[in-house]
Design a protein around this ligand. Structure first.
Ligand code: ADP
Ligand code: ADP
Ligand code: MG
Length: 497
């Protein structure tokens, strides 16, 4: 066992701070890396040491493996934590870190390689009897063959990039006529984003819920799950609200899905933190979607219901310690909900909104946690993810947690940029969400930007908005969905891959 004494965090924003806080509590010295635009960022000031690694674009800074390794050597660090995004799922980076005699806080490069390909992952977990979405198990090349497979599965189908991530490289095909066109688009999108054009077909589940399981393994072959997170409130196939536990899982189903998740992890000889994503169908069946081989954005909801610090656990596992508990020792306490507070405009298709945080006041109080990386007066850099903060609440029941979230949203004061706060309140107040009766098409089914105006403004503005809407509706039809076409995906995402 090697005790880690100094840790480089190869990330920025809220997650860099989140990781450093736990390290500090463990007596581990922290080293930040930053791009030129992040010189005054909070993670830079929080760290014991900080090094500039290049210009703002992530391809010239946060994605530069050799520069980050140099910093580790220069500072005498013995480990690197990748956070999420950037290099976190890059097996070459994990390999390089270890080759240089440093500890990578995450799984082995082999596990990452296997799970990084959705197709290879499916093949591996199928051997462990984990249920898969009906579809192809190899890349499709031949259009004719692909069409006959799609016919067998039944339309609509989903064409997906094997190397995909962040909701990119996915195309829904409603009928055979659209097949060729959509397949070409999926391939070119996958090539552009991931440099790998392999695509495959899956049945498109019509009313799916996204339910994922947090798993943890050690280097001694032990694997447990830390229960589920429901992440069905999504825009552009990307999560906005997450909660734990899910409102629909019975203890029996939780046990069954938890066991499947542990098996999927075992199929990859997995250690450290990981997430098994499932799609859950109306009829109670569930299918493996993919594995994320890193700490997730939404890990705080799991921390709140289990009382565990997942980053500390990651560090101890990386040092070689055994998991300090067994499955039977783990229990769910209360209910937790997270809202991703993004600099996006929900009334404009959730497009990223750039600006300066003129006002920024965090909510406080019992059961309220804010993980963020910004302060009042700061500019939000355009080069990175538009996530401003994660607002997380914990209460005894789901209902109390929703009420607490509404209060916390109302207490949160942000001006200068549009955010998802108002949308979060809309979700918390919506009867479908309150009843636990929703799926990944929540936004498409229930949300229209006008609804936000009605809720956030006073009676006079409401009346004016209603009148304006009436005029608008008479002159042109409203779009059926608020989902953003993939072509309009933000520049933040493009810069990240
Ligand atoms: P998760 O899978 O943890 O729920 P998302 O699906 O939102 O998170 O993230 C999609 C991809 O974008 C992931 O690879 C994630 O690591 C990355 N990502 C999300 N937020 C950021 C960020 N602030 N900086 C860099 N990458 C990010
Ligand atoms: P990514 O790597 O981009 O996260 P995923 O395979 O995890 O890709 O899918 C992202 C989201 O897309 C899921 O959370 C779900 O909402 C939707 N999705 C994926 N596969 C299907 C499917 N077969 N049917 C319906 N929706 C799907
Ligand atoms: Mg996913």
């Amino acid at each position: 066992m090697t005790k880690i004494k100094k840790l480089v965090v190869a990330n920025r924003g809220e997650i860099a701070l989140r990781v450093m806080r736990s390290a500090k509590e463990m007596g581990i010295a922290t080293v930040a890396v930053f791009s030129e635009v992040d010189r005054n960022a909070m993670h830079v000031r929080f760290a014991d040491e900080a090094y500039c690694i290049g210009p703002p674009p992530s391809s010239e800074s946060y994605l530069r493996m050799e520069k980050i390794i140099d910093v580790a050597k220069k500072s005498g660090a013995d480990a690197i934590h990748p956070g999420y995004g950037f290099l976190s799922e890059n097996e070459d980076f994990a390999e390089l870190v270890e080759k240089e005699g440093l500890i990578f806080i995450g799984p082995s490069a082999d596990s990452m390689r296997l799970m990084g390909s959705k197709l290879a992952a499916k093949e591996a977990v199928a051997k462990f009897k984990v249920p898969l979405v009906p579809g192809t198990s190899t890349p499709i090349n031949d259009i004719g063959e692909a069409k006959s497979i799609a016919k067998k599965i039944g339309y609509p189908v989903l064409i997906k990039a094997s190397a995909g991530g962040g909701g990119k490289g996915m195309r829904v095909v409603e009928n055979e006529n659209e097949f060729e066109n959509q397949m070409e688009r999926a391939i070119s999108e996958a090539m552009a984003a991931f440099g790998d054009g392999s695509v495959f077909i899956e049945k498109y589940v019509l009313k799916p819920r996204h339910i994922e399981f947090q798993i943890f393994g050690d280097k001694h072959g032990n694997v447990v799950h830390l229960f589920e997170r429901e992440c069905s409130i999504q825009r552009r196939h990307q999560k906005v609200v997450e909660e734990a536990p899910s409102a629909v899982l019975t203890p029996e189903l939780r046990k069954k899905m938890g066991e499947a998740a542990v098996n999927a992890a075992k199929a990859a000889n997995y250690y450290n933190a990981g997430t098994i994503e499932f799609i859950y169908d109306e009829d109670g069946s569930f299918y493996f979607l993919e594995m994320n081989t890193r700490l997730q954005v939404e890990h705080p909801v799991t921390e709140l219901i289990t009382g565990l610090d997942l980053v500390k656990l990651q560090i101890k596992i990386a040092e070689g310690e055994k998991l300090p508990f067994q499955q039977e020792d783990l229990h769910i306490h209360g209910h937790a909900i997270e809202l991703r507070v993004c600099a996006e405009d929900p009334s404009n298709n959730f497009l990223p909104d750039i600006g300066t945080l003129h006002t920024y006041r965090r909510p406080q109080g019992h059961g309220v946690r804010v993980d963020d990386g910004f302060e009042e007066g700061m500019k939000i850099p355009v080069q990175y993810d538009p996530l401003l903060a994660k607002l997380v609440v914990h209460a005894q029941t789901r209902e109390l947690a929703m009420d607490k979230m509404i209060r916390a949203i109302e207490d949160y004061q942000i001006s200068g940029v549009e955010t998802t706060l108002g949308f979060g309140k809309f979700v918390m107040q919506h009867h479908a969400f309150r009843e636990g009766n929703f799926n990944t098409r929540f936004i498409e089914n229930y949300f229209k930007p006008e609804m936000l105006k009605e809720r956030t403004e006073g009676p006079e503005e409401q009346l004016a908005a209603a009148l304006a809407l009436l005029v608008q509706q008479e002159s042109k039809p409203q779009p059926a969905s608020a989902i953003l076409p993939t072509a309009a995906v933000s520049k933040w995402r493009k810069n990240r891959v």
